[in-house]
Write a protein that binds this ligand. Structure first.
Ligand code: HEM
Length: 494
C-alpha cells in the first residue's frame, strides 16, 4: 500500500510539474497567453456536452483581441498552439509566408486508411502535384459544363418542395439536394436522396458529419498528440464508409473504361488525369488515390454548401424585406435570360452574391482555418514558432469582429455592395480560406448554393417556424458550423 501511495504521489508531482512547465511555454517566448487550466489547457472538456472548438476558439480570439494582441498562445492539454488574431498576421500565415505554414495539420495513416490521402489532408510535394492536376477541374468552363447535372438534381428539389405540405426541415432537404449534386458530379451516380432518405450516399454523409464522443476525442487528441491518434488508429472515416466509397469509385472506373462511357463530371476528369499520366509515361494513380480525391469532393462539397443555404434561408426568413428584394432579382434575371435558370443567369445575380457573402461572413461553415508550422519561423520579437506547432485562425472570431464589421451580429448584405466591399479590411473575410490552399471548390460551392436558393425562393416565401429561436444556437461539437437541432421553415407559394 505504501509503495502504491508513493508511486501515485510521484506520478501526480511529475504530471503537475510537467503541466506547470508546459504552461510557461508562450510566456517565455514573449507571446501573450490566456490562463490555461489542468487538464485540457484552453480547450473545453471534450467529454461534456459543452466541449467543442467552434465557439471556444472564437471566444479566445475575442479575449486576445480585447487585450490588443495580434497573436495569442493557447494550449490543448499541455501542447502549445498559436491563435492568429490580427488580419496582417492572417496574411503572413496563409499567403506571404505560406512556405512555413503549408499544411492543414491533418493526421492520417494512408496505409491503414487510403481514402484519407486526399487534397485537403496532403502536404508538401504530393499536395502541390495533386493541386496543380486538379485545378483545371474547377474552371468556369467546367462549371458551365456541369450546370445541367445540377439542374436535374434541382428539379428533384423543386418537386419535393412542391409536394411537401408540412413545414420544411430545411437543413435535411438541402443536404439531400447537395448529396445528389455531388453524387452525380463527383461519382457519376444518381443518389435519389429525396425519394429514399436512407439512400446510401445520404446515410454515409450523415455518419461522416455526426458528432460522436469518438469524434470529439479524436479532435482534441489530434491537437494534443497526433502520434497517439495514429497509433490508436482513430480515423476520421469509418471502415464501412471507406469500403463504400472505394467500391463506388472502382466500379465506376471499370464500367466507364470497359464500356467507353464518358460524362461531363469530376469522375471523368480523374479518369482523364490518369490516362494523361499513362500516355506521358508518368507514374499513374492507384484506384485508391483517385477514390480519395472523389471522396474529398463529397466530404468538402455537400455539407458546406447545404449549411450555407440553410443559414441563408434562416436569415431570410427573419428578414422578409431582404428576401423580397432577392426574389425580385431572381425572377427578373430569369426573365432576362429567356425564362430559364441558366449558368449565365446565376452569374448575373449580384444581390444574390451579396446575400451569400453576408451569410458566409456570419456563418462560415469551415469555422476555423488550421495550419501546421512546417519550418521554424521567426517572430518580429526574435523568438520563434517551432516546427510542428498547430496554428489556428478563427473565422467566426474575425468575421464577427466589430472593428471590421460594425454591428457584427446584424445580417446586412449591403456590406458587400460594390461600393462598400472595397472598404473591407483585407484578410478579415475569408470563408473559403486564402492563399495557395484556398478552397479549390469555391466556384462549384457558390454555383450550387445559388441554384438551390434560386429554385426555392423564386416560388416560395419562407418564414420562421414557432420552434426557431433568433439568434441561432450553434451545435458546438459539429465538424463544420451547424445549428443546434433542426431548422424548420414555413413556406407559402408566391
Ligand atoms: C460554400 C461552400 C464551401 C465553403 C465555405 C468551403 C470552404 C473551404 C475552406 C475554408 C477551405 C480551407 C481553405 C484554407 O485552408 O485556406 C476549403 C478547402 C477545400 N475545399 Fe472547400 N468549401 C466549400 C465548397 C467546396 C466544394 C463544393 C468542394 C468540392 C467540390 C470543396 C473542396 C475543397 C477542397 C478539396 C479543399 C482543400 C484544398 C487544398 O487543401 O488544396 N469545397 N474549403
Amino acid at each position: 500500500m505504501e509503495v502504491f501511495i508513493f508511486a501515485l504521489l510521484t506520478l501526480t508531482s511529475l504530471v503537475y510539474y510537467y503541466y506547470k512547465k508546459s504552461f510557461q511555454y508562450w510566456e517565455k517566448k514573449g507571446v501573450a497567453q490566456i490562463k490555461p487550466s489542468f487538464p485540457f489547457g484552453n480547450i473545453e472538456n471534450p467529454m461534456t456536452s459543452k466541449g467543442g472548438t467552434v465557439m471556444n476558439l472564437a471566444d479566445l480570439h475575442k479575449q486576445f483581441k480585447a487585450k490588443g494582441e495580434k497573436i495569442g498562445g493557447i494550449y490543448a492539454g499541455a501542447t502549445p498552439m498559436l491563435l492568429i488574431v490580427d488580419p496582417e498576421w492572417v496574411k503572413n500565415i496563409v499567403s506571404k509566408d505560406f512556405n512555413y505554414f503549408n499544411s492543414h495539420a491533418a493526421v492520417f495513416d494512408e496505409k491503414d486508411e487510403p481514402l484519407e490521402a486526399h487534397l485537403f489532408n496532403l502536404e508538401g510535394a504530393r499536395w502541390k502535384d495533386m493541386r496543380v492536376k486538379m485545378t483545371p477541374t474547377f474552371t468556369s468552363g467546367k462549371m458551365k459544363m456541369m450546370f445541367d447535372i445540377l439542374l436535374v438534381c434541382g428539379n428533384q428539389l423543386e418537386e419535393f418542395i412542391d409536394s411537401t405540405k408540412k413545414d420544411l426541415d430545411i437543413k435535411e432537404i438541402l443536404a439531400c439536394f447537395t448529396t445528389d449534386v455531388i453524387g452525380s458530379c463527383a461519382f457519376g451516380l444518381e443518389c435519389n436522396s429525396f425519394k429514399n432518405p436512407n439512400a446510401e450516399f445520404r446515410s454515409h454523409g450523415r455518419k461522416l458529419f455526426e458528432s460522436s464522443l469518438k469524434f470529439r476525442l479524436r479532435n482534441v487528441l489530434t491537437m494534443i498528440s497526433p502520434t497517439l491518434v495514429k497509433s490508436l488508429k482513430l480515423h476520421f472515416t469509418d471502415k464501412c464508409s471507406s469500403k463504400f466509397f472505394r467500391g463506388v469509385v472502382k466500379d465506376t472506373f471499370e464500367y466507364r473504361k470497359s464500356k467507353n462511357v464518358t460524362r461531363n463530371d469530376f469522375m471523368q476528369l480523374l479518369i482523364n488525369m490518369e490516362q494523361t499520366a499513362k500516355e506521358n509515361n508518368k507514374s499513374t494513380y492507384s484506384i485508391d488515390e483517385m477514390a480519395a480525391q472523389a471522396f474529398v469532393f463529397f466530404l468538402a462539397g455537400f455539407e458546406t454548401s447545404s449549411t450555407t443555404m440553410t443559414f441563408c434561408l434562416y436569415e431570410l426568413a427573419h428578414h422578409q424585406d431582404i428576401q423580397d428584394k432577392l426574389r425580385k432579382e431572381i425572377n427578373e434575371t430569369i426573365k432576362k435570360h429567356g425564362g430559364k435558370l441558366t449558368y449565365d443567369a446565376i452569374m448575373d445575380m449580384k444581390y444574390m452574391e451579396q446575400v451569400i457573402n453576408e451569410t458566409l461572413r456570419m456563418y462560415p461553415p469551415v469555422h476555423t482555418l488550421p495550419r501546421l508550422c512546417t519550418q521554424t519561423y521567426t517572430l518580429p520579437n526574435g523568438s520563434t514558432i517551432e516546427k510542428g506547432t498547430n496554428v489556428f485562425i478563427s473565422l467566426i472570431g474575425l468575421q464577427r469582429d466589430e472593428e471590421y464589421f460594425p454591428e457584427p451580429n446584424k445580417f446586412n448584405p449591403d456590406r458587400f455592395s460594390d461600393e462598400n466591399r472595397r472598404n473591407i479590411t483585407p484578410y478579415t473575410f475569408l470563408p473559403f480560406g486564402e492563399g495557395p490552399r484556398i478552397c479549390i471548390g469555391l466556384r462549384f460551392g457558390m454555383m450550387q448554393t445559388k441554384v438551390g436558393l434560386s429554385l426555392i425562393l423564386k416560388n416560395y416565401k419562407v418564414s420562421p417556424h414557432e420552434s426557431l429561436s433568433y439568434p441561432m444556437e450553434f451545435d458546438n461539437q459539429s465538424v463544420i458550423l451547424s445549428s443546434k437541432g433542426k431548422i424548420m421553415l414555413k413556406h407559402e407559394r408566391v
